[in-house]
Ligand binder design. Structure first.
Ligand code: IPM
Ligand code: MG
Length: 357
């Protein structure tokens, strides 16, 4: 189990540090875990003048799985786009062929009151967003800056999907739905975009191989509305890169806090990169305030998907459950009047619960 650890920037090193405590426990118990750390994002730029240094990509390639914190920070905002920390994440996703991004929005019963939505709307929420991760307007060419005929500056990006890209993510969507409630909602903008018309055709065709899964289609604007109106109507959502980015942030608030949402980004052979869906939160960095649970839950996903150790994944998730049931809260998930603990205390509590289990 060779794991590349890429802490990144901002709160990244702190939250990854807490997940590493979990790895130490599992290694002590006998799992053959080996880790190696490398810089990415702003840290990559500091170390090697590039957000994804060659050595970091090489390490990620030879590892079985990658654990990533977060990237970005105000110090790097003025860099040209190719050198910005976010390019490190995009390049590692593309470089490793991690096209399938699984983002579960699961509301722990203990956190029902932490959601900004009414308890009856979100209680029991358990939905999975399957986001395509290596195509779409994020990577489409042509893109760039220029001057239009009127002499005015313009910027342009291209939304682009090929049939094979849509087919493979659709399959992941259907397979994921098969392992759950057999309901798949494909989200697009087929009333306006050609990319989406193709998307809908291909998903419908792939659906013929999955007669046991109920397939529906929804426009993205409606999906954004339905997610806050009645999120429990969804089981699995499959969508493109840009729509998935936006809808997963929205869905995270249904689960109480963006600090709770893990993710897995997988290639064809289930090699994966695991990261919380939140960013580097520069305003919280270095203050022992960030919630490490999304990162710890990402580690659980690593054991489930890459190492196919459902038992270990379930143990980590149970340890998180225990800690929440004990009333331990970082500030993002605390209710008024609840005692707030820091990043390290939260990580220690989960580690202790794991040791006891
Ligand atoms: C995410 C993030 C990234 C994305 C950024 C940091 C490039 O928002 O993982 O959701 O847009 O994919
Ligand atoms: Mg995002």
């Amino acid at each position: 189990m060779k794991i590349a650890i890429l802490p990144g920037d901002g709160i990244g090193p702190e939250i990854v540090g807490e997940a590493t405590k979990i790895l130490h426990v599992l290694a002590r118990e006998g799992l053959p875990i080996e880790t190696e750390t490398a810089p990415i994002g702003g840290a990559g730029y500091e170390a090697a003048r590039h957000p994804l240094p060659h050595a970091t990509l090489a390490l990620a390639r030879e590892a079985d799985a990658v654990l990533l914190g977060a990237v970005g920070g105000p110090r790097y905002d003025a860099l040209p786009r190719e050198l910005r920390p976010e390019q490190g994440i995009l390049a590692i996703r593309k470089g490793l062929g991690l096209f399938a991004n699984l983002r579960p929005a699961l509301l722990f019963p203990e956190l029902t009151a932490s959601s900004t939505l009414k308890a009856e709307v979100v209680a029991g929420l358990d939905l999975m967003i399957v986001r395509e991760l290596t195509g779409d307007i994020y990577f489409g060419e042509p893109r760039g800056r220029g001057t239009n005929v009127a002499g005015e500056s313009e910027g342009f990006d291209t939304m682009r999907y090929s049939e094979s890209e849509i087919r493979r993510i659709a399959r992941v969507g259907f397979e994921t739905a098969r392992g759950r409630k057999r309901k798949l909602c494909s989200v697009d903008k087929a009333n306006v975009l050609d990319t989406s018309i193709l998307w809908r055709e291909v998903v419908t065709t792939v659906g013929r191989d999955y007669p046991d899964v109920a397939l529906s289609h929804m426009y993205v604007d409606n999906a954004a509305m339905q997610l806050v109106r009645n999120p429990k109507q969804f089981d699995v959502i499959v969508t493109g890169n840009l729509f998935g980015d936006i809808l997963s942030d929205e869905a995270s608030m249904l689960a109480g806090s963006i600090g709770m949402l893990p993710s897995a980004s997988l290639d064809e052979r289930r090699k994966g990169l695991y990261e919380p869906i939140h960013g580097s939160a520069p305003n919280l960095a270095g203050q022992d305030k960030a919630n490490p649970l999304a990162t710890i839950l990402s580690l659980a996903m690593m054991f489930r998907y890459t190492f196919t150790r459902d038992d270990v994944a379930a143990r980590i998730e149970r340890a998180v459950r225990v800690v929440l049931a004990d009333g331990l809260r970082t500030s993002d998930i605390a209710q008024p009047g609840e005692r707030i603990i820091g990043t390290r205390a939260m990580g220690d509590a989960v580690t202790a619960a794991l040791v006891r289990s």
